[in-house]
Design a protein around this ligand. Structure first.
Ligand code: HEM
Length: 382
């Protein structure tokens, strides 16, 4: 066998390994994305508290007998949500409907954990056998990813358990924000790891943290967290008008006397909604200006960076408009779920923009020969 044939076979095997790893990482991110949509629908259909029990293995199976359905319905009747919102109005058919959303949500969580774990085991074995040696750095990150998924399962339960308080009709908005926030961290992590596998080390380097695309990711992440409080406090059901709130930019009940100032932003629906509007407006303006600057910086911008900047520009405008329409129509389920999906799409876009931008820091193939290293560093900060 000639050396050329052997090396091209080796190259082919590496490429195949790379594609399967990408499928694993980005496939897992896609499962998390779908989970976020299912989670939004679960919340919007008020289904989240329909399963009051937590059993990682036995909970995989739905009720298989009428007796089991009746038992679970009786347990649900103990919740404040049932007693204050559904007493006498929810029958077994209605209970089954909300049960299935929560069941699918939990089943999907198990699917994500299993799919990721299987990939982790398979790639570890392949690596140990010396069949695939590239990307040694990936395994510790993948283990962190798996631990984050496990912790997310715990956080989901911690969130749901806050709704079992008979005085409450919903879960804690703080815990909902933590649960959504961690889901999004996992989502970005998997996208970023995939980008690093595909583009090279700098694409997801923590050292290159402080550049403009990173700032955009942080801004949108904060906007997303502020949105989680709007969702958690049902604050999309007040002030269904835009841009004013009750005819003013700052409504009269922005600070309620019932709450100390430090809890007001997180527990008063009016304040949560106003803050989400402000965060979203600031973040949208910054993303739009930055994307235009990147697109117009012809000398240093690679086609991939420009493409992702265009994507960010379009997605941020669409997400902003979708947010306004969702508010004006008082959060119909399809719009609420789409708004959730839009936030994740925007973050994915910015993560990939960041990855491609970082890649160009060390692969300055597109720069004109006359540009000095100092000049190229300055332009790459844009
Ligand atoms: C960059 C822009 C925006 C981002 C990234 C964003 C993100 C989010 C996120 C992640 C949620 C939580 C969804 C859930 O848990 O189901 C949310 C909720 C919400 N957002 Fe936004 N948002 C943006 C702009 C806006 C704007 C401009 C408005 C309206 C003025 C708005 C109105 C709402 C409303 C009403 C909800 C509650 C929806 C629900 O109860 O499901 N958003 N937002």
């Amino acid at each position: 066998m000639s050396t050329t044939t052997a090396s091209s076979r080796n190259h082919g095997a590496q490429q195949a390994g790379l594609s399967s790893i990408l499928l694993w990482l980005w496939g897992s991110a896609a499962l998390v994305f779908a989970m976020a949509i299912i989670g939004a629908v679960t919340r919007l259909t008020e289904s989240g508290l329909s399963i009051m029990e937590w059993n990682v293995f036995a909970g995989t199976f739905p009720p298989l007998s009428q007796g089991e359905w009746v038992r679970l319905f009786e347990v649900y009747k103990l919740t404040g949500e049932y007693q204050k919102q559904h007493l006498g109005a929810l029958d077994m058919a209605g209970f089954k409907q909300i049960f299935w959303w929560e069941y699918i949500h939990r089943l999907w969580g198990r699917l994500i954990g299993m799919a990721f774990l299987i990939g982790l085991i398979v790639f570890s074995v392949v690596r140990l056998r010396g069949g695939w040696s590239a990307h040694k750095w990936l395994m510790p990150h993948a283990i962190v990813g798996f631990l984050l998924i496990c912790f997310q399962g715990f956080l989901g339960w911690y969130m749901v358990s806050s709704g079992f308080d008979t005085d409450l009709v919903d879960v804690s908005a703080y815990r909902l924000a933590a649960h959504l926030g961690l889901a999004v961290v996992i989502f970005i992590y998997f996208i970023g790891l995939g980008a690093r596998v595909r583009l090279g080390e700098t694409a997801f380097s923590f050292r290159a943290l402080w550049n403009l695309p990173s700032l955009l990711v942080v801004l949108i992440f904060l906007t997303l967290l502020s949105g989680a409080f709007v969702a958690g406090l049902n604050a999309g059901l007040v002030y269904n008008e835009f841009p004013t709130m009750g005819g003013a930019l700052v409504p009269a009940d922005y600070q309620t006397a019932a709450l100390p100032w430090y809890r007001n932003p997180f527990e008063n629906p009016t304040a949560a909604q106003l803050h989400h509007r402000l965060f979203a407006s600031l973040a949208a303006v910054v993303v739009i200006v930055a994307a235009i600057a990147i697109i117009r910086a012809n000398t240093s911008t690679s086609p991939a960076v420009r493409r992702w900047a265009w994507a960010a520009l379009i997605v941020v405008i669409a997400q902003y408009v979708l947010g306004v329409v969702t508010l004006l129509y008082a959060v119909p389920i399809p719009l609420g779920a789409a708004h959730q999906g839009g936030a994740l799409t925007l973050l994915a876009t910015l993560t990939l923009l960041r990855a491609h931008k970082n890649e160009t820091l060390t692969a300055p193939v597109q720069r004109p020969a006359a540009m000095t290293v100092a000049q190229s560093r300055i332009t790459s900060q844009i």
